[in-house]
Design a protein around this ligand. Sequence first.
Ligand code: HAM
Length: 417
Amino acid sequence: MILHPKGMPDILPRDQNWWLKIGQVTSEVASIYDFSFIETPIVEHSSLFEASLGASSDVVEKQMFVLKTKGGDNLALRPEGTAGVVRAYLENRLGYYAQPLKVYYAGPMFRYEQPQAGRFRQFHQVGFEVLGDSDPFYDLQILLSVSRFFNLLKIKDFIIRINTIGCRVCRPTYRRKLQDYYSKIKGEICPDCERRLELNPLRILDCKNKKCIELKAGAPTILDYLCHSCNSHFRKVLELVENNNIIYESDPYLVRGLDYYSRTVFEFFGRESGAALASGGRYDYLSEILGWHPLAGVGAAIGVERVIEVLRAGKMEPDLKIKPKVFFIAVGEQAKKSSTVFIERLRQAGIRVGESIGRESLKGQLKTADRDRVGLVLIFGQKESFDETIIVREMATGEQETIMLNKLVEEVRKRLN
Ligand code: HAM
């Protein structure tokens, strides 16, 4: 038997209510904070990610699904959404329409990682991006939007960690300071970090190796090397965050695994799961890295599977605002035949109808209705089909009444209300 590709699980009907709920909350946040929907392709030229995320980032070095097309193009399944959104903005000159442009997206991302709890090879993100403005007001707005997302889902058990990673002016000095520090203890860091020391020493701060985590405690922090402008930007971000009563921790060692970031970076960290539920930051150089004009940007992406896991662990129910369902039972050849017309009549009237017509017996069909936790069941048998009537049964009380078929839609509507 052929099974699903490793790390790419199916999303089953039993979980759909969670996904619907995530969709509803996403649209609500987008509408409140005025983000417009954008959809970019699931594949992009590999070079887009190589340039923007950084050739030495784990994602590009080890985790990209790359394919060669028959025409000879190197494409990659997108490992994240920001690079594609910025490309779309530049290519379609979206700055012409709005400044800043505020967009959101939702969809699958792909990373060739070792699957484990909360880590998949195909996972889903909901992302919010603000393009074309470097004002700290928008760093705050992204934090508020993601906070609101969690708030609407009643998720409280997370901490927001914030840091700045400086800019082109101040980061080189900090890089050198880190290199000085780690060069002296080179023998103690892991082989991956030894490599990072030359290429990208900031990434050492993100290493999950136990020894590297211990050694981090003595490392210099960026806060001592920020230029005036980054210092002032960071102070303003924190001031706005505090004015808006967002609880956060300032983590001077927080860096991100993708190279396009500058200045503000942050993570929404689940206390129970110990994993990032959402993360993001500012990326004011990304457009230039892609060979275009300067364009400020800030955004965040939420890991949907991780969020659903938190909801499930907390035994929370998705309180969906979906219409109640009625269940149509038809017994006997003639009743089955004419049932299609009445089921469709109900659906045309906007009523959600479930059915299990393939099951022969009344008992079998009632069992399905019961399993679906349906409140109202319509029973259409041989006698009813002959009399042009139908039985309406309230499942909670077991009470039933026979009504005329031509009053069906009216009666069902009345009872559902
Ligand atoms: P990221 O931190 O790589 O950032 O991913 C964002 C979120 O996606 C993470 O916080 C996590 O919840 C989820 N995630 C990442 N990898 C996996 C995985 N293998 N399995 C399950 N969930 C995962 C970005 O992708 C940036 N584009 C975020 C951003 C938007 N920055 C600015 N704008």
